[in-house]
Design a protein around this ligand. Structure first.
Ligand code: EPU
Length: 302
């Protein structure tokens, strides 16, 4: 979707929103898949309510993009514009055991910065690409921990009230790769309360998690992490592997040889290829195990 109206373009500039015409979402997602649309980069978080009213009044649909690392975007010209927060400097401010973090902060850099200041707890998420806002929305987790356990407070734009609101951690439910945020709420900032630990000890944990990840996941390839959620008490990756589906492909979309729940873009895969691969694998798992796998990856299909 393109914004042509000069009066809207002028208002965007007044709101400190940078407009990138016809951005390729394939350049903004870790899968390297996705069509084109206008990208609105928000330099001042405070302008978000006015920006959303402007889009509303002009019937311009939108979606919020974080780091693009858990996302499969449709092909071609997309029927909505994409909003993204510009990362402010500094994006992490420490106050004792509290870390105030901007939603646009890079997750890995935030974990490392806190670690250097003797704040741990998040070691399991090292190596997970994406922003802190994206990790929060999905309640990202790995190696027995999840980000939700450390959330003291979240500042977000709530689409229901059309206001910026602050929620305490205990007002939000954090479940396995799921939270009580509405799909069109936008994360703005979070306060994490992290346990004090000496840097050396945190570093040990980080190294162990890094090693486990390197040995079991296709880190050098374009992917969106795990495609399916693990069903209760089972492993999607193991089921797909047991069916001998590693290496299965549709066009350049391929089940990873290394981890069967990672689907990689081995060249120039389209969303259509990737969606066909996902549907095919889901069907085979359903047939053989009687289990209906649920997507873990977020799909923005036009
Ligand atoms: N397995 C296989 N073959 C495979 C992959 C896995 O047999 O191709 C087996 C493993 O040997 C192991 C079991 O399945 O016995 C579980 O595998 P793994 O330890 O790799 O964990 P997972 O359940 O597949 C989950 C998360 C990952 C997270 C890891 C580590 C989900 C859907 N996945 O994977 O998160 O990194 O645990 O904690 O919950 C993601 O969210 O995108 C993601 C990759």
């Amino acid at each position: 979707m393109r914004i042509h109206d000069p009066s809207i373009v002028g208002k965007l500039a007044e709101l400190h929103v940078e407009l990138q015409y016809g951005a390729a979402l394939s350049d903004l997602t870790s899968l390297g898949i996705g069509g084109t649309t206008d990208l609105l980069r928000i330099k001042k978080h405070e302008s978000l309510p006015d920006l959303l009213s402007l889009l509303d009044v002009n019937d311009i649909p939108h979606k919020f993009l974080g780091g693009g690392s858990n996302l499969l975007v449709g092909d071609g010209e997309l029927p909505w514009v994409v909003l993204q927060l510009v990362r402010p400097e500094p994006d992490v401010v420490l106050d004792g055991s509290l870390a105030r973090v901007d939603a646009a902060a890079d997750l890995g850099r935030m974990i490392t910065f806190c670690a250097k200041n003797d704040l741990g707890g998040m070691e399991g998420l090292i190596g997970v690409p994406g922003t802190v806002g994206g990790a929060l929305r999905m309640n990202a987790g790995a190696y027995g921990m999840q980000i939700g356990n450390y959330v003291r407070e979240v500042t977000l734009y709530r689409s229901a009230s059309r206001k910026v609101e602050i929620l305490r951690g205990d007002q939000i439910s954090f479940e396995y790769r799921h939270t009580s945020f509405a799909p069109d709420d936008m994360m703005l900032a979070v306060i994490l309360e992290l346990p004090s630990k000496p840097y050396k000890e945190i570093l040990k944990g980080i190294r162990i998690c890094n090693e486990k990840r390197r040995s079991s996941q296709p880190l050098g390839q374009k992917s969106a992490g795990c495609i399916f959620k693990n069903p209760p008490g089972a492993s999607a990756g193991r089921m797909i592997d047991e069916l001998g589906l590693k290496g299965l492909s549709v066009g350049d979309a391929q089940v990873s040889d290394r981890h069967a729940n990672f689907f990689v873009n081995a060249g120039h895969a389209s969303a259509k290829d990737m969606l066909a691969l996902i549907a095919g694998v889901r069907e085979r798992v359903q047939k053989s195990f009687g289990v209906s796998l649920e997507n873990e990856v977020v799909v923005w299909n036009a």
